[in-house]
Design a protein around this ligand. Structure first.
Ligand SMILES: *Cc1c(COP(=O)(O)O)cnc(C)c1O
Length: 364
């Protein structure tokens, strides 16, 4: 079986974890600090704040921006639920805006239509590893005094017009979940150039205490701290991120070369000026010999891992029911969930594996 995802754990990661175990400092400590400094360097931002998941990073970002009850936050319905659940955690109102059918990312024209006096922020997702259109989105945000939160959970090391993800908007969030492009099992990080956001984020992850004065709880906070055990893994992964990224991009190019002329298969569209880091390699099935679900069964029978990201748009998820949306409100997202399927693209996928995948499509 060629799996759809596979974390890469080398001797370096194992050694680094052992060193932390031997040091006796297991919770947030020097390794977390090292990760923050090196990650900020990668993104070209002033600050990075490590937390224990991507979800915690998005929640912390919204808190640090002051998002609260009565505020509206615009986001995409075509993403993982954790992009949007933090809006509920802050008791704010979710407003969805449809996506573009080629990049799967939020459509700036749709965002414009959703802005009201109550809108405070837009959570923009760099879905599958491709940065969204930050030129257009930042223009809209500036015009209306809105903050952009970049959900770059799938897009570490990606670029838009020569700038790294994590440097767009007011604050960005990344995930180090086991299957992400760099990982430490569970983990996350925020990046920002804003000192106020930096200070607020550090308090929020630490029970609302400042790091200087303990046992004075200024505001509601959580325990969102990352451990040094995990940070040690992430620091080693960060050293390999360029190699990981290049291999994903190379695999994506090979898949596209093999699949692009196939009738009824639409390969990923990469916008000019963008570095797409292929967290997922996602095709659309439209008019192929098999329909999407039949194709998935066929691929599985050939030992080729595959998955739907995401099978249900968020506006139709029970948890977001209170937002008041219904079927046909977001036609692009609703069509995409019926067309998409992701194929193995991670760094452990070999050239031989790619040939196997392309051969299977040809035989179909
Ligand atoms: C993975 C992911 C998250 C959540 O990250 P966790 O580390 O799993 O909490 C949020 N948004 C997107 C787009 C993701 O892919």
């Amino acid at each position: 079986m060629i799996p759809i995802a596979k974390p890469i754990i080398g001797e370096e990661e194992k050694k680094a974890v052992l060193e932390v175990l031997n040091s006796g400092v297991l919770a947030q400590g020097a390794k977390v600090k090292e990760l923050e400094e090196k990650f900020a360097q990668l993104c070209g931002t002033k600050y990075a704040i490590a937390v224990n998941s991507g979800t915690a990073a998005i929640h912390t970002a919204l808190y640090a921006l002051g998002i609260k009850e009565g505020d509206e936050v615009i986001t995409t319905p075509f993403t993982f639920a954790a992009t949007a659940t933090p809006i509920l955690m802050q008791h704010a109102k979710i407003v969805f805006a449809d996506v573009k059918p080629d990049t799967f990312n939020i459509d700036p024209e749709e965002v414009k239509k959703k802005i009201t006096k109550m809108t405070k922020a837009i959570i923009v997702v760099d879905l599958f590893g491709q940065p969204a259109d930050y030129d257009e989105l930042q223009k809209i945000a500036d015009e209306h005094g809105l903050a952009i939160v970049e959900d770059a959970c799938q897009a570490v090391n990606a670029e838009f017009k020569g700038k790294k993800t994590g440097s767009f908007g007011k604050v960005a969030a990344f995930s180090f979940y086991a299957t992400k492009n760099m990982m430490c099992g569970e983990g996350g990080i925020l990046t920002t150039n804003d000192e106020t956001i930096y200070e607020k984020a550090k308090m929020f992850r630490h029970h609302g205490q400042s790091e200087k004065v303990r046992y004075v709880h200024q505001d509601l906070g959580y325990n969102y701290r990352l451990t040094d055990l995990q940070a040690a893994i992430a620091v080693e992964q960060l050293k390999k991120i360029d190699a990981f990224t290049n291999k994903r991009m190379e695999n994506a190019t090979l898949l596209t070369d093999g699949l692009k002329t196939m009738h009824g298969i639409i390969v990923p569209s990469i916008k000019s000026g963008v570095k797409h880091v292929f967290h997922q390699y996602t095709i659309k099935v439209d008019g192929f010999k098999f329909n999407r679900d039949r194709l998935m069964e066929y691929l599985t029978s050939k030992g080729i891992g595959n998955a739907i990201f995401y099978p249900k748009p968020l506006h139709l998820q029970p948890v977001f029911k209170k937002a008041g949306y219904k079927e046909s409100d977001f036609p692009v997202a609703e069509r995409l969930v019926k067309q998409v399927v992701s194929l193995p693209v991670h760094p452990s996928v070999s050239r031989e594996d790619i040939k196997t995948i392309i051969r299977a499509f040809k035989e179909a």
